[in-house]
Design a protein around this ligand. Structure first.
Ligand code: BYE
Ligand code: ZN
Length: 530
């Protein structure tokens, strides 16, 4: 057999000398692939080969053989996907494929969940594989040319696991378990002591599990006489509460426990202000039910995200309060089903009134309209008239708004974990915004805010101004909601100062370390105990 004639080509790539050998009659594609692999380039990168004169030459089997001292120069274009259109396209397509794969799996899982009542092992395995594939694409440096690589070496945190494992919706198992527990507990009597405690803002939600919380919500409907007045059947109320529970998602803040806290604060305010003597019970029913439904199916990403990411919700509602519109729509989805329609025994006219009221209340929880609602309330305060429907409407909106953001009116042991939950949800959103290249909401950026600094600002400029106006109408609220909020302000102001002192000490230690010309990391930066 005749020995094949080969060529030796000497070239540099990134200044590193390389040599390639190929047979003169091998296919052109093979030669191109050879250079591609020498440059560690991806299939969509452009390769340029220069001769010593600086002219671009064709990469082909006809390449002129050369000597090591007259090297060709190989260059890769479009290896950095963030700067190059080709790379962006590829990464986009890949990211899209991955998301569509995840979506299809999610759909498949849902379907099977419905039919089989559980996630089969095979789907679970597939989900794990897609997850680990995404992780690989994002974490393996030599795949960085795909444009999905995230350099985590400089980050102090990993993006939240929520981004990968979207076990957003409650599983059937989870729901069935809580439903069984709830139905078993329904027949038990709730003590008078608990019934009274339930009427105060000092109530600690963290002591109660979800099934118990559902019983407490039932108690609220009973003790405000709604069950008797509106002829609500116990099974229908239970089914309604279960559907509500089911449609709050597993997210850090806007979950079923938040729904309960807001409702419980509303309930407390109704009792503390003796609202039953001032307003019709129908308005109280609207307020309590609005509180229960006000964040249904929240996914943990706010309106700004919905709009910037052009989510289904933003498209459906034309960027107008997409979340609040959705919460409200889900509420009426639940109420459309006879078996969970707690208003099924009221007249059509009354139902219309309730529907109008709930829509008004839930849409009022969009903080975008905060100033508008607060200013309206201020303008009517001096001549507030409980017989005036417009006045009552504004008050109802103020009450749900107050309840919605009232965590800091609770004891510190109850309030502080809620702030941690909220920041976790916010940080998760900003992480995702960074990953998706969307504008990062400044107050959600973990690199920009601290817990005490954000909270002191919020209490000073949002909470107190709102609460003080409500206390103008109901002076008795001062001790119940304003005093604890002032205490919280002191607490976070102190925390802010302590953080500032810690930072100062750190800076001084680093300066001292530098002046001794010793690497900082060899010195303790902790302030010495006194
Ligand atoms: C608000 C809007 C949407 C979701 F980062 C939650 F400083 C809230 F802005 N709530 N609800 C309670 C709050 C609280 N926002 C803040 N503090 C609360 O206690 C301030 C935020 C931590 C931040 Cl307003
Ligand atoms: Zn809320």
């Amino acid at each position: 057999m005749k020995e094949m004639e080969t060529k030796m080509i000497y070239f540099t790539v990134n200044g590193k000398p390389e040599q390639a050998e190929f047979s003169v009659d091998c296919p052109a594609q093979d030669v191109k692939d050879l250079f591609r692999s020498a440059a560690e380039a991806g299939p969509h990168d452009i390769l340029k080969l220069y001769n010593p004169k600086g002219n671009i030459i064709n990469i082909s089997p006809n390449l002129e053989p050369n000597h090591p001292n007259s090297c060709y120069k190989l260059e890769v274009v479009a290896s950095d996907c963030n700067n190059e259109p080709l790379g962006v396209e590829l990464a986009g397509a890949l990211g899209f494929d991955l998301s569509s794969m995840e979506k299809r799996l999610q759909g498949l899982e849902k379907k099977i969940l419905f039919e089989a009542g559980g996630t089969p092992a095979v789907i679970y395995e597939m989900k794990k594989q897609v997850d680990s594939f995404r992780e690989k694409l994002e974490s393996v440096e030599h795949l960085s040319w795909l444009g999905l690589y995230k350099d985590l070496s400089e980050e102090t945190h990993k993006p939240s696991p929520f981004y990968h494992k979207r076990t957003l919706h409650k599983t059937k198992e989870e729901c069935d378990h809580v439903r069984d527990k709830f139905l078993k507990m329904c027949s038990l009597e709730v003590s008078e002591e608990v019934r009274q405690y339930l009427k105060t803002p000092t109530f600690d939600n963290w002591q109660w599990e979800d099934a118990e919380i559902m019983v407490l919500l039932q108690v609220m409907y009973a003790d405000l006489d709604f069950i008797a007045i509106y002829n609500i059947e116990p099974e229908v109320l239970q089914q309604f509460l279960f559907e509500v529970y089911r449609r709050y998602n597993n997210i850090p803040f806007h979950n079923f426990k938040h729904c309960f806290c807001v409702t419980q604060m509303m309930y407390g305010l109704i009792w503390l202000t003796d609202l039953r003597s001032k307003m019709d019970s129908i308005d109280l029913l609207i307020m309590l039910t609005s509180a229960i439904c006000h964040d249904l199916d929240h996914t943990g990403y706010n309106n700004a995200y919905q709009i910037n990411a052009r989510t289904e919700l933003a498209l459906r509602y034309n960027d107008i309060s997409p979340l609040e519109n959705h919460h409200c729509a889900v509420a009426f989805e639940i109420l459309e089903k006879t078996e969970s329609n707690i208003f099924r025994n009221v007249s059509l006219d009354l139902y219309k009134h309730i529907r109008e009221g709930i829509i008004k209340c839930i849409l009022a929880t969009d903080m975008t309209s905060h100033n508008e609602i607060l200013n309206k309330f201020k303008s009517i305060l001096s001549h507030f008239d409980f017989t005036n429907k417009d006045h009552r409407d504004v008050l109802m909106m103020i009450l749900i708004k107050v309840s919605d953001i009232s965590n800091e009116a609770r004891p510190m042991e109850v309030a502080e974990p809620w702030l941690d939950c909220l920041l976790q949800e916010f940080y998760n959103q900003s992480d995702v915004e960074k990953l998706e290249g969307l504008p990062v909401t400044p107050f959600m950026d973990r690199d920009k805010i601290t817990k005490p600094s954000s909270q002191t600002g919020f209490i000073r400029f949002v909470l107190l101004p709102l609460f003080i106006e409500l206390a103008n109408l109901f002076p008795c609220l001062e001790q119940h909601i304003i005093d604890p909020v002032r205490k919280a302000l002191d607490y976070y102001t102190e925390m802010e100062k302590a953080l500032e002192r810690e930072k100062q000490t750190r800076v001084q230690c680093e300066k001292a370390a530098k002046s001794k010309e010793m690497p900082v990391e060899q010195q303790s930066i902790e302030p010495k105990a006194q």
